[in-house]
Design a protein around this ligand. Structure first.
Ligand SMILES: Cc1cc2nc3c(=O)[nH]c(=O)nc-3n(C[C@H](O)[C@H](O)[C@H](O)COP(=O)(O)O)c2cc1C
Length: 193
């Protein structure tokens, strides 16, 4: 296993979004050849009785999960276990596929050790993601589904997007997050009222 510190300088030569796609390609390999990653899961996945929790009728083997935005299209579920995450929140997923904001839209701030996100819910849409999740079901670690309305959906119709998404994922997600906090979809945060 190559340590992150060894590959980081090369990843940082790429645009942040290109680096993300490269890593995604690698982690997608966990779907093609799952057994090749078993030693990796054995080495990285932390589980201990003191970390285990039963919540919402689900077992969380460890309390550190991956937040939404990294695995927007549910392509890396097994890969996230290989990195040690106790649960994964996929999405944000919208009913229809959408491109998101024009690139560049992800900015690396090296001094601050941070990433700035202006993505705008780029994702492949609920049907592709549903299909992918159903192939991986049942999951060994809980899966949260983070849902959002399409940019073209008017605020008055937003509820219809959310009910459509919940109906689509109701038998697949272990928990749901309705994203009305993103600043990258115009007017989205008005829904908080
Ligand atoms: C590039 C990028 C894309 C993100 N996309 C989403 C998203 O689609 N939906 C969402 O709810 N949060 C999204 N987030 C927010 C993260 O889930 C998380 O809340 C945020 O990065 C803060 O957590 P951290 O300090 O662990 O990075 C995104 C963050 C980044 C950096």
């Amino acid at each position: 296993m190559i340590p992150y510190s060894a590959i980081k300088p090369y990843l940082f030569k790429l645009q942040p979004e290109s680096a993300h796609h490269l890593v995604e390609t690698f982690l997608r390999g966990t779907n093609i050849c799952p057994s090749a990653y078993n030693p990796w899961i054995e080495n990285h996945f932390v589980s201990h009785d003191s970390l285990k929790q039963e919540l919402f009728g689900r077992t969380f083997l460890n309390p550190v999960g991956l937040g939404a935005g990294f695995d927007k299209n549910a392509t890396m579920i097994r890969g996230m276990q290989a990195l040690g995450f106790g649960f994964t929140e996929i999405g944000t997923v919208t009913p229809q596929p959408q491109e998101g904001n024009p690139k560049p839209r992800m900015f690396r701030h090296i001094k601050e050790e941070s990433i700035q996100n202006a993505m705008g819910f780029n994702n492949e849409g609920m049907y592709k993601v549903q299909h992918r999740l159903s192939k991986r079901f049942p999951f060994t670690t809980p899966i949260g589904v983070n849902i959002g309305k399409n940019k073209v959906t008017e605020d008055k119709d937003a509820v219809s997007d959310y009910t459509t998404l919940l109906n689509t994922f109701k038998d697949l997600g272990d928990y749901f997050v309705i994203n009305i906090s993103s600043p990258n979809t115009p007017g989205l945060r008005d829904l908080q009222n």
